[in-house]
Design a protein around this ligand. Structure first.
Ligand SMILES: Nc1ncnc2c1ncn2[C@@H]1O[C@H](COP(=O)(O)OP(=O)(O)O)[C@@H](O)[C@H]1O
Ligand SMILES: [Mg+2]
Length: 254
């Protein structure tokens, strides 16, 4: 059975796409078969791996909404044992189509889109856009689990209430969805308050928080520019080690 995990947070710029790519890369390195699905019309995950959609006849949009296109047909190998289903701005049209559907039908769209490929992979990671728009809601309907990346500094500034609200909203959308974990990202170890932030978060969310915290480092951008996961780009780096550690935790939480 594959584990379908949505990487979600209502906020942008918190490390969703980076975590999707690098957690996927680390799981693949550990011998798991992994499909990454770009669910964001900005196509950031696709760009990360340099998968262009120009000249391509079908993307995630067609795989979800065109009955003659299967998800399996649009998947491309990107190295490091990873496969990616790419998206582009066409996916913005999904909101219109989903708006015409009833809630129940809408919640089946992504689930059915993945039905043909799901069993081929150990992990299917869905890279969600920020916000809880209809496509995100539909993606959450297909997910067994959610990983919520959360920027450390954001927690310090705006408190934990936002995270709690996100969890509640996710569970409103899909009552069966399990929180795989809250992943703290972009930790700046030079700031004095980071330990305090860690303590607050762990106190509030306990086991839901991954033990591993992702440090802030330019290496992630360097890897993205090279269209590689950090485990490929700089396999002995601290940055690679942390995503391996997250992957290990995800395996243990399965
Ligand atoms: N741990 C990190 N350290 C430094 N920069 C990071 C880290 N994680 C992500 N970034 C950078 O921050 C920006 C936003 O990250 P991204 O993963 O695209 O967030 P989201 O998908 O939530 O919008 C990107 O430029 C990315 O390279
Ligand atoms: Mg993103």
């Amino acid at each position: 059975m594959s584990r379908i995990i949505a990487v979600a947070n209502q906020k942008g710029g918190v490390g969703k796409t980076t975590s999707c790519a690098n957690l996927g890369g680390a799981l693949a390195e550990m011998g798991r078969s992994v499909l990454l699905v770009d669910m964001d019309a900005r196509g950031d995950l696709s760009s990360y791996f340099g998968v262009g959609t120009e000249g391509r006849e079908a993307t995630v949009y067609e795989a979800l909404f065109d009955e003659s296109v299967e998800m399996g047909e649009i998947v491309v190998e990107v190295g490091g044992g990873l496969e990616v289903a790419a998206a582009d701005i066409d996916l913005a049209g999904a909101a219109l189509l989903l708006a015409d559907m009833e809630f129940g039908e809408r919640q089946q769209v992504v689930k059915e889109g993945l039905a043909g490929v799901g069993e081929r992979y150990d992990f299917v990671l869905l890279d969600l856009p920020p916000g809880l728009e209809l496509l995100s809601v539909a993606a959450l309907g297909a997910a067994d689990e959610v990983i919520i990346p959360q920027q450390c500094s954001f927690l310090a500034l705006h408190g934990l209430r936002q995270v709690q609200k996100s969890i509640e909203r996710l569970q409103e959308v899909n009552a069966k969805v399990r929180i795989c974990g809250i992943l703290l990202t972009m930790q700046d170890r030079r700031t004095v308050h980071h330990r305090e932030v860690m303590r607050m978060v762990r106190e509030a969310f306990g086991e839901l928080v991954f033990d591993t915290v992702i440090p802030q480092t330019i290496r992630f951008q360097d890897a993205a520019i090279a269209h590689q996961t950090i485990t490929e780009y700089d396999r002995n780096s601290e940055a690679a080690k942390v995503y391996r550690a997250v992957a290990q935790e995800v395996l243990e939480r399965g």
